[in-house]
Design a protein around this ligand. Sequence first.
Ligand code: KG4
Ligand code: ZN
Length: 334
Amino acid sequence: MPVILAIESSCDETSAAVCRDGIILSNYTANQTVHERYGGVVPELASRAHLQSIVPVVDAALSSANCELYTVDAIAFTQSPGLIGALLVGSQFAKSLALALDKPLIAVHHMQAHVLANLIENPELQFPVLCLTVSGGHTQIVLAKSALEMELIGETIDDAAGEAFDKSAKLLGLPYPGGPLIDQYASKGDDSKFKFAEPQIDGLNFSFSGLKTSVLYFLQKQTKENQNFVDENLADLCASVQKTIVTILLKKLKKAALITDIRTVCIAGGVSANTGLRKAFLEMGKKQNWNTIIPSYEYCTDNAAMIAITAYHKYMDGQFADLSVSASAKASWQ
Ligand code: KG4
Ligand code: ZN
């Protein structure tokens, strides 16, 4: 019955979670609002905010799990990928705790953890599983043969899906991060009102940089004729952008399921919180006869519960790190 304390600090959320025997007891996240006024995450500010939040966040996770630090069996942390300064705060904190408490250390790959977020509420999940992981930094199709054996079979060649949301939102005058705002406005809009370019990319890879350009040129043309074009059409613009992104994502996911003949399909990452994607994914799953799984919202965006669940599987498999392990901004898939 291992009790694991997990820490996530790869980008702009400081999060800590406690799990016992693969069951999440607490998951506490401090969001950094300091980046809003800059229109994107400022790495140095993220590191400083992690430094300020990490002790209270870990304390909150332990106390809401009714757990004392000395009763923890292992300390887990996000090793990669992410912003190096941000990762260093979490990794040094975890290593210090492991050293001081003389407990084993578990290093976790953030993208593997996003996939395994699906196990939190579905511990009986049968592998192999196909997962579309869509976040601010990544867009991937992952074939998970087991909890610890994963293969990357498709990814973006330029922008991530979250970036496509955030950059389109910026062009529409919305603050960062614009993804959730596009989602909100889209619920009141007509998604067939405007058409944006869909990329033609072979295989299972994605491309989103053309969409941003397509939105930019379209808005430039329209606002020349009517200065209030964006304000007057915001909901329809958001709905149309969202539909384009969702269509691009799900076309490739469907292709991946056909190629691999895998019927258990899940989504993960911050963009999997998107209402349009969740709805269209479930509809596609019904048509394709998939067993579809979506994590609850709190497990879609960055969180330490997903680090804890991954660490639990690594613990059971005896995969521990030693204190010389270092954080890494980029990391090979496995
Ligand atoms: O996984 P995540 O929290 O952090 C990274 O690892 O990147 O993902 C953050 C991304 C941002 O681009 C944000 O705009 C997007 O997820 N996002 C959404 C929604 N909620 C978060 N995009 C569209 N609709 C949402 N509801
Ligand atoms: Zn993430």
